[in-house]
Structures are given as structure tokens and as C-alpha cells.
Design a protein around this ligand. Structure first.
Ligand code: FRU
Length: 496
């Protein structure tokens, strides 16, 4: 019973995704089937498989009326594309099916909850987008929008909450079988807040409380919230718009925020203990998490950022990638991340070196090359009494191009620089972050997949992510030191 709008999208993607050669895409990261991709949506398990939907505009590589694309996977690395799941085809979502989530109902159906966007004329004659929460139910491929949509609208907002910024429901099941969700909203102070809603059946929802308030402290509107328990802490992830940098945190304009705290057993309030960026690189936004059957909390983010989405190629018919799925945990009051262990099954040819000395120069190692690699480097000062000034890994490198990450022990600053990654745009190409000071020792794990680099620092205490659109012929990797370092290197080719 699909609409004309959905049928057209399905027909379009069926015809035009075939025109994208597989080697023009990332090998093992999910990328837009055709056209534009943003936020992960409905990241969940259903009937024994992982499902991923995403914000999707099939008809061009620019953001447009939002559909939901759909893919499934057994291992979170190999994705099978399914037909688009939702199209903006009802009055209440005619201007977009915005971000949301999914879960399995007791009767075996899959429930999607998303934000319906509808432009409405206001009393002053202007048009504004009103946002409501809507449902669709399906069998894992085809979905029918709920007859009583929207299920949450302005009447379900706390006083002062804006109906124009009310979006991105993330649902979960509680142990007693009831349903909850968190939704981003803009309160009267113009910043952001996260609202908590509850339901006994997944269809009738009611407002419970404000879970967290921004008070203009970290950015403005808080988009795409997620909320879960992790290692005995209550954790909120959200993507604030319009952030103001604070020290080494929140440099991305539209960035990401992790609040770590606990729930006060008497008041039920979320009590914040720490806050930090989720990713310290250039391209990361709107992550969603799931719990795997073996109990791991796994997070996938949109591997782009609104402020840098001008970094694109003219030739590709797709735009937008997801990050590698990352296992996350809390340690020493911080959020840590590592690539899911399934990634190791993609490891092919290995090159390994121990105790390689690099002094004031650049070194290449046979077998350490390529644009799809899992590269592990452990670095220590050659002389602990005279710590080196800088250590860098350059990759996606040839005469014309290179991207680099570097560590500066005197300030404990880690940098990514993709100025020479083929971009013809004067957008931000660098980020700096402060990492743990360890007397010049640092461990790096770089996951490269043709058009991206994800760098896990010191076993995942910090992560720095960036996309690159460098010519694929640039596949050199080298190690540079200013001063003397000794390093161990382990490099695996990653197969698709
Ligand atoms: C975040 C976001 C969401 C919204 C969606 C629209 O990137 O702005 O808040 O639902 O993108 O595509």
C-alpha cells in the first residue's frame, strides 16, 4: 500500500544505484545508496538482524525532502540494501520524514517512530516547519503509517517548548515491557532540552518529564538525543547546534555532546557528572546506539558534519557515510570507543615492525600502504629525557596529496590536517584535541576506508574522525618525527 512518492523513490534508487561502481564507494562503511545521506535512524535489531535506516534524499547529493533509506546486516559491516522505507507522502510529514528510531513489537512487527515535518502558514503570514512525532509499522521491508498520526504534537510539550524544534525520537523498551523515548526540543530560553515520553503499547504516548536542560550552556538546540545506562552510569548523547568552543571541547559548530551522570533515586533527575565531545575530529554527528545480543553498546554516527558538508566530489552520485560501528564504554569518567571487534574479520595481509627508530625525518615501511587499512602504531620517545617535538602519520599520500595526524607531546595536543585531501573549498580542514599526557608515549589505531579516516587514540580514550576525497591513487603511508621516536607498527589490509 505504498504511495506514489515512495514508489518513485524506490524506482529511482533501483535504477541509479547501479551506476555507482562499487570501487567509487567506501569498502565497509555504509554510504548513501544514491543521492544524499544524513543521520542514522532506526538503528536496531529486528528478527535477528541489524537494521539501519537513514535520512535520505535519493534525487540529488544535496539535502532535500527527507525519506528514510534502509539497510540490514548480520555483522554491522556488510550491509544489504533494502528499498526506501518512508517517503514524505502524508499531510503531517509532507515536508520531510525526519530522524527517529525503531524497535520490535511483541506481535513481531517493527515499529518506526519519526518526526513529521509540515510547513504551516503562521499568523504573521510567514511559513514555518511544525514538527510532530509519527509512527509507521511494518514487516522489515514495507511500512504503513499509523492512522492516528501524529502521536505527539504541540499539546504534548511542556510549557514554553517550541513546536518548531521538536524532533528525533529515540525509543527503547524497558524491562517491564513498557516503552520510553527521548526527544529533542527548544525551550523558551532558545537553547535545547531533552524530553522524556512513555507508553504502555508503543502507540499511545504521554509526556513524562524534562530529562536534561541546556540553559544555553553547550550550544543551542539539542538534536538527536540518545539515553542509556552504561557501566553503571546514565549517559545522554546529543548533537547540539551552534556550539561555542570551550577550551579543547566543542569546536565543530554543530557538534556532539556526551553527558555522563546518574539518576537521582528520589527525584528521578538526571544528575550530570561530566560532559565531553563524543568525537574530536571534523566529521561526526547525530550518533545512535544499540545494545547487541551479547551486551555491547554499539554506536554509529553520521560521518559528516553540517558545517563541512561542502567537502564533496563532483563525480560521485552518492554523498554521506556512516562511521564504523564503535563499541563504547565508560572508564575514568569518560566515554571510550573502539571499532567493533567484528572488524578484525576483515583483516587481510599483515605487515609488522618492532622498534623502528625515526629521527628527524620521514620513514616508509614496505607493506604499509593503502586506503583500506587497520593501522596500529605504538610510539615512545627514543630518549625519555629528551622527548621528541612531534610525531606524525601521513596517509592518502602521493606527490600532490596527503592527510596527516600528528602528536605534540609538549602540549599533549593531537591534530588532524586534511588540507591536501583534494578539497577546493576553504572550509575547516584541521582540528586539535588535548589527549592524556604520557611522557611522549601514544598509541594510535587508524581505520582507513577509501574516503575516511577514524583515529582511535590511546585505545579509544579520544577519537578523531574525518572524511577525505583524495584521489584514490594517493595511497602512501609514512611516519615522521621531529626529534627521536621508536615505534611498533602493525598494518592490516582490510577486505570488503
Ligand atoms: C540532524 C537533523 C535532525 C533532523 C534531520 C533532518 O542532523 O537536523 O535534527 O531530524 O537532521 O534531516
Amino acid at each position: 500500500m505504498s504511495s506514489q512518492t515512495l514508489r518513485e523513490a524506490r524506482k529511482y534508487e533501483e535504477v541509479y544505484d547501479k551506476m555507482i561502481p562499487p570501487e567509487d564507494r567506501p569498502k565497509f562503511h555504509l554510504s548513501a545508496r544514491v543521492g544524499w545521506m544524513n543521520d542514522p535512524n532506526g538503528f536496531s535489531r529486528y528478527k535477528g538482524e541489524y537494521h539501519m535506516f537513514y535520512q535520505y534524499h535519493p534525487y540529488s547529493t544535496m539535502w532535500g525532502p527527507m525519506h528514510w533509506a534502509h539497510a540490514v546486516s548480520d555483522d554491522l559491516l556488510h550491509w544489504k540494501l533494502l528499498p526506501a522505507a518512508l517517503a514524505p507522502d502524508e499531510i503531517y510529514d509532507k515536508d520531510g520524514c525526519f530522524s527517529g528510531s525503531a524497535l520490535e513489537l511483541d506481535d513481531g512487527r517493527q515499529l518506526l517512530m519519526y518526526t513529521g515535518v509540515q510547513k504551516q502558514q503562521q499568523a504573521d503570514g510567514t511559513f514555518r516547519e511544525v514538527q510532530t512525532q509519527c509512527l509507521a509499522v511494518g514487516d522489515g521491508v514495507d511500512y504503513v503509517k499509523y492512522a492516528r498520526n501524529p502521536v505527539l504534537d504541540e499539546r504534548d510539550l511542556p510549557e514554553g517548548g517550541s513546536r518548531y524544534d521538536f524532533r528525533d525520537p529515540k525509543m527503547w523498551r524497558n524491562t517491564d515491557g513498557t516503552f520510553s523515548c527521548v526527544i529533542g526540543n527548544r525551550p523558551a530560553d532558545g537553547s535545547g532540552q531533552i524530553l522524556l515520553y512513555g507508553s504502555s503499547d508503543g502507540f499511545q504516548w504521554s509526556f513524562k518529564r524534562v530529562l536534561a536542560e541546556n540553559h544555553n550552556r553547550i550550544g543551542k538546540m539539542w538534536e538527536c538525543p540518545d539515553f542509556f545506562e552504561l557501566d553503571g552510569k546514565a549517559v545522554i548523547l546529543t548533537s547540539p547546534q551552534d556550539m561555542m568552543p570551550q577550551g579543547f571541547e566543542y569546536h565543530n559548530g554543530n557538534g556532539t555532546l556526551c553527558l555522563i551522570g546518574h539518576m537521582d533515586s528520589e527525584s528521578g533527575d538526571f544528575v550530570e557528572e561530566a560532559n565531553q565531545s563524543i568525537d574530536y575530529g571534523i566529521d561526526f554527528y547525530a550518533p545512535q546506539t544499540i545494545l547487541t545480543p551479547d551486551g555491547r553498546r554499539v554506536m554509529i554516527g553520521w560521518m559528516q558534519n553540517w558545517d563541512t558538508s561542502n567537502l564533496r566530489t563532483e563525480i560521485h552520485r552518492w554523498y554521506g557515510q556512516m562511521t564504523i560501528p564503535r563499541e563504547i564504554w565508560i572508564q575514568d569518567g569518560r566515554l571510550w570507543q573502539r571499532p567493533i571487534r567484528e572488524l578484525e574479520s576483515l583483516r587481510g595481509a599483515k605487515a609488522e615492525y618492532k622498534d623502528v627508530a625515526v629521527t628527524d625525518g620521514e620513514v616508509r615501511l614496505p607493506g604499509v600502504t593503502g586506503r583500506c587499512v587497520d593501522l596500529n602504531v605504538t610510539v615512545r620517545p627514543a630518549d625519555p629525557d629528551a622527548v621528541y617535538r612531534k610525531f606524525a602519520v601521513r596517509f592518502a599520500q602521493n606527490e600532490e596529496f596527503r592527510t596527516s595526524v600528528s602528536y605534540h607531546p609538549s602540549e599533549s595536543v593531537f591534530k588532524i590536517d586534511r588540507k591536501f585531501s583534494g578539497s577546493r573549498r576553504a572550509i575547516i580542514h584541521q582540528r586539535r584535541s588535548k589527549v592524556r599526557e604520557q611522557g611522549g608515549e601514544i598509541r594510535l589505531r587508524l581505520i582507513l576506508d577509501r574516503f575516511s579516516a577514524e583515529v582511535f587514540i590511546n585505545d579509544g580514550e579520544h577519537v578523531v574522525t574525518g572524511t577525505i576525497y583524495t584521489d584514490l591513487a594517493a595511497e602512501g603511508i609514512s611516519f615522521c618525527a621531529d626529534g627521536g621516536v621508536v615505534m611498533d607498527v602493525e598494518c592490516y589490509e582490510l577486505e570488503g
